[in-house]
Design a binder for this molecule. Sequence first.
Ligand code: AHR
Length: 661
Amino acid sequence: MSHFTHSVSSSVLFVMLWSVLMIGASSVARAVSVTVGLDKPGAAVSPTLHGVFFEDINFGADGGLYPQRIKNGSFEFTPDPTMGWQKTPENRAGGTLSILDDQPLNQNNPHYLRFTVLDGGDGFGIYNEGFHGIGVKQGAKYTFSVYARAVSRQPMTLQITLLDGDKPIGSGELSGFTGDWKQYSCVIESSATVEKARLLLAGKSPASVDLDMVSMLPQDTWGNRPNGLRPDLVQLLKDLKPKFMRFPGGCIVEGRFLSTRYQWKTTIGDVSQRKMIVNRWNTEFEHRPAPDYFQSFGLGFFEYFQLCEDLGAKPLPILNCGMACQFNSGELAPMDQMDQYNQDALDLVEFANGSPDSTWGRKRAEMGHPAPFNLDRIGVGNEQWGPQYMERYAPFAKAIRQRYPDIKLIAAAGPSPEGKDFDFAWKQLRNMPVDFIDEHYYADPSWFPANVHRYDNYDRNGPKVFAGEFAAQSIAVASPKNRNNWQSALSEAAFMTGLERNSNVVAMASYAPLFGHVDGWQWTPNLIWFDNLRSYGTPNYYVQKLFSTQIGTTILPVQIADDAKKLFGCATRDDQSGDVILKLVNMQSAAVPVEISLAGLASTGALSGEEFVLSSDDLKAENSLDQPMKIAPVETAVNGLGPQFTRNLAPYSLTVMRIHR
Ligand code: AHR
């Protein structure tokens, strides 16, 4: 035996011995004791704790949840009203396209296209590129519609062709146009599934027609409603069982200027009458410009209320209070012009809840919903701060309280979860009529576990907290490099144990933003990502889902004897079923054995339950369109539970145990 062979053998022996010792050591590693105080039930869990935040950012509305396939169908985009449209090549046929505004369809949409075919050839026309392409599915039907008015004596036959590149995959035809504006429609069935198709409108013989409000909507919508919403995205929301839905944002409430603030009254009624405006995310980030980002309001306040009803979520509208975004112009409505803002809020309550005999209640009934939407809360301003906000909040709140004393009011605490403006807001607002204060946290992942005790000592007798926007930013706030990775989700999970434990003061919480189009985003991270055909929930989504769907009605205290301070937990009891729901977050790279005691458990027999584990040993791991469930909860049935039992928490994991009693 050579020296070399000998030395290798002894190394192998050493490694084996070391491994045996280590395995032995970990198998006898002392379990961390976790005590759930069944005998010390606390306050009631807020019945509205987990909800969703919707804003039309990242093409979340048009081209997203609102599945309109035609971009700029109204020819109102600025500065170029033909944005999204492209003329057929000259060698194919001849004709002219002009944007006019005399005798328009209506004053809210003054521009339209005069479409004139001079030399039909192979068809003169105009292509629409859709929102990052037009997504179509094989066999699916789409309602194409357009307002048209004949201009020439010669009749026009408008051919509508769905194209995959240059290959036709569906078509329709419209004719019989008269000298008055009228809506025409046909159904196009797609023979192929294509993520980025385009649509051609063409004529083959000389004629001229005016066109406006070109639209192509899928027939497959949530609830099969005409003008309905994209079903896969609504399903993802429904699966969260959100208790409220914040809408329409976000900075979009404020606008860059007051003229482009969100005004709910322009978002209801006939879609062709809704007044389009530029989206404030159009120019917000130089590094993610979106010159083609406008708001058609096809998803307006009626559709929003209807969606809330479908989701079983309370509507939570946030309204402009006479302030444009303070990160932008910071334009202020003069105090003597605040009445219109206050009145808009009062009218919204009437639109949502008023009798069909009332002015605004009638409009709701005419849109097909005579029953009230049961609006019971309103947010005044988005991320406002400073004395100008307090000055405007006060009369706004007073006007609502006087007319609708039961409507709960939400006030803003500014964009930051601490600091001078934040402290000022809380101090001032305490003395005003306010039910919830809206706190936002966009912060480094480390901020979240470090702030798990944030609410332990909040005053239980003051206004409640609405954690209205939060998300861990893996790189920096609003950095385009932020990722929805497991580290961000796990840190949010740790923090959320503090929200649940304190849900007698934190009444509502919502991750933000909700949606991002993979080709059209301005902001990241987002809870749900999608392209024109597919969508997926991020690891952050599954954290929200577990917290929202696995929750009881009474808070139970949890004690964790963890010296490393890397284990976080909370528990609740479901008063109806008696189930105990325990959530444990392990932020360590190693598995952690825990010895769980259910203090005060009456029965000593074996109990069963379910365990949901969300974990990955790679903190950088993410879900994607191709791997949508890479990080998703794994559910298993568990047995043999009792007053004391042990579990092994996976490395970097959120474990939710539902224990039946
Ligand atoms: O969620 C994205 C933006 O972040 C919201 O519009 C705004 O309220 C916050 O600053």
